[in-house]
Design a protein around this ligand. Structure first.
Ligand code: ATP
Ligand code: MG
Length: 563
């Protein structure tokens, strides 16, 4: 009970975003059920920007006990594919959302056509024979009115006949269009007789060759919302000038009054977020594919080791803004780090190995040490690791010439091997070029698990793996894909592609404790003292590959403290 009360208190303290305010106001004024939709065009894979929109649309529906439809906005046959439809569904499910209905704008083609005929009959639409260029010129400018098309006053009968013949494929692409008859001197340029239909002889992924005309976004979107009784049609800011047109169609057709609301699209530093640009990266082989772990796509983030919860938390933290802004990539990393800290088991792995031989430890002896899997989660239990005379440690945990403040291993100094003994470096072995190849150490046999023979304290604790049982792994270390905060702000004559970080991927060979060698694709771990890692899908029975999801260091929170 007490818990419930504090939850409610917390809820009421959290202020509503502007969309929640609008919805609550609508409910107060009698709205029975909230209906939203997520309307992707199936012309690419979803990215983190879409995830924001998904969390918002599905989240609002859930919060107000309404429903959210998934609608494929498939009005452009040239760029759309079933592969994308499938990936979009997979990504939404993975994010943890369930749609009410799976809809396709193409299912409404007949209805949209019938409504076009209705608009013609109401003298609100006409077939125009002008070329694209003539239409563009005729629109005028923001400063000057446009001019009416010479075809604007065709009779209703002629328009109906021409539209039907356009539909039946009697004309070539671009020969004619259907336009709304609104006002060629309207201050909003989009209201100057906008296009409703264009001729396109193309194969559509669902309707095949049935249609030779396809509706424009502005004509199809609002009506599709209306067909589905969408109450709140949420889109990004650049559509605010389209709202007048959205309302015009609904009003003139006298159909269910859906309403459009705009919010700021998500932008993230050092990232590009348009499907067109992401497709270019894939096509030009600048990344390994749509699911490259450096990509901001949902499948890329998944392969990188991001969890659905971390992405939902990120969307929540970003909030809903009415003005465009750019979010620090560090916030996304912060969210996944927090989540993985709770959910992932700890393991030991060494990414830049240097061999340590413990000279006073018996050669044929092996000890088994029981380690806790996750200090954040008691139920995660324990596992056994082995310890013997030779171990690998990370090269950067040793310094030949150490300062007083250096607490890791150095000649004559003592350090603790995590969960195990204190060791002291007695000798440094080098090859002919002066590279360190081996460290010879002694150990204190009384010092297992936090103790020491005489009660002395040692500050440094380092991770290690047992040479006898450790296995080789490949580790892919990722860095931001673009050097500049806003990759689109390229110098003159250059594009975002020239801004790619040449060091965004580093592959290293390391050693991992034996339990990591059996881990399954998609499993996440914290490599102690290093970061969070996930098993990559390229792994085979003989070769485990790990992707670094994120480092342990929390640069985002630190930079916040500084501000
Ligand atoms: P892109 O420019 O990346 O191709 P898009 O807007 O053309 O994106 P759609 O498939 O049309 O992609 O988008 C589906 C939904 O996702 C739309 O409602 C759109 O407003 C929303 N959306 C797309 N990108 C973002 C973003 N960066 N932030 C928030 N919402 C977005
Ligand atoms: Mg689009």
């Amino acid at each position: 009970m007490a818990e419930n009360i504090s939850n409610t208190a917390e809820e009421s303290v959290k202020s509503l975003n502007f969309l929640e305010e609008i919805i609550e106001n609508d409910i107060e004024n009698g709205l029975k059920e909230v209906h939203t939709r997520f309307p992707p065009e199936p012309n690419g894979y979803l990215h983190i920007g879409h995830a924001k929109s998904i969390c918002l649309n599905f989240g609002l529906a859930k919060r107000y006990n309404g429903t959210c439809n998934l609608r494929f906005d498939d009005t452009n046959p040239a760029k759309e594919e079933t592969e994308y439809v499938d990936s979009i569904k997979e990504d939404i499910k993975w994010l943890g959302f369930k749609w009410n209905k799976e809809c396709y704008t193409s299912d409404y083609f007949q209805q949209l056509y019938d409504w076009a005929v209705e608009l013609i009959k109401k003298n609100l639409a006409y077939v125009d024979d002008q070329t694209q260029e003539e239409i563009r010129k005729g629109r005028g400018t923001v400063m000057n009115s446009g001019v009416e098309s010479p075809y604007r006053n065709r009779s209703v009968e002629e328009n109906i006949d021409l539209l039907e013949r356009m539909k039946n494929g009697e004309f070539a692409d671009g020969e004619k269009v259907l336009r709304a008859k609104i006002d060629m001197s309207h201050p909003n340029m989009l209201m100057r007789d906008p296009l409703l239909y264009r001729i396109l002889h193309a194969d559509h992924h669902r309707t095949g060759k049935k249609w030779s005309i396809y509706p424009m976004y502005d004509y199809a979107h609002g009506e599709s919302d209306s067909i589905e009784n969408i109450t709140h049609s949420i889109c990004t800011l650049e559509f605010d000038v389209h709202r007048a047109l959205y309302e015009w169609f609904i009003e003139k057709l006298n159909i269910y009054p859906s309403h459009q609301f705009e919010f700021a699209r998500l932008n993230i530093t050092n990232t590009v977020m348009s499907k067109r640009k992401l497709l270019q990266l894939v096509k030009e082989n600048l990344v390994m594919g749509w699911d490259d772990p450096r990509m901001p796509t949902i499948c890329g983030l998944r392969r990188r080791g991001y969890t659905p919860a971390s992405i939902r938390t990120f969307a929540e933290k970003v909030g809903v803004a009415k003005r465009d802004n750019i979010i620090d990539l560090g916030l996304l990393e912060f969210c996944v780090r927090e989540d993985l800290n709770h959910s992932s088991q700890r393991r030991m792995a060494v990414l830049d190995p240097i061999k340590v031989v413990i000279t006073n430890y018996p050669e044929d002896k092996t000890e088994i040490i029981s380690c806790i899997n996750n200090p954040q989660d008691e139920e995660a239990g324990h596992r056994d690791i082995s310890f013997s005379r030779e171990v690998y440690i990370d090269r950067n945990d040793f310094k030949e010439e150490a300062t007083k403040k250096y607490f890791r291993l150095s000649p004559g100094k003592e350090v603790r091997l995590r969960y195990s003994y204190l060791i002291k470096c007695e000798e440094v072995i080098k090859d002919s070029e002066g590279n360190i190849t081996e460290l010879r150490c002694s150990y204190d046999p009384e010092s297992m698990g936090g103790k020491s023979s005489d009660g002395r304290k040692v500050k440094g604790i380092i991770h290690w793996v047992d040479v006898k049982t450790a296995g080789e792994i490949e580790v892919r270390l990722f860095d931001r894909l673009f050097l500049q905060e806003n990759p689109d702000e390229a110098e003159e004559g250059k594009t975002f592609v020239d801004n790619i970080n040449p060091d965004s991927l580093t592959i290293v060979k390391g050693y991992a404790e034996s339990s990591l060698l059996k881990a399954k694709i998609g499993e996440s771990f914290q490599f102690e003292r290093i970061g969070y890692f996930v098993v990559d899908k390229d792994s085979t029975e003989n070769k485990q590959i790990f992707n670094r999801t994120v480092t342990l260091r929390d640069t985002w929170a630190k930079s916040l403290k500084k501000k």
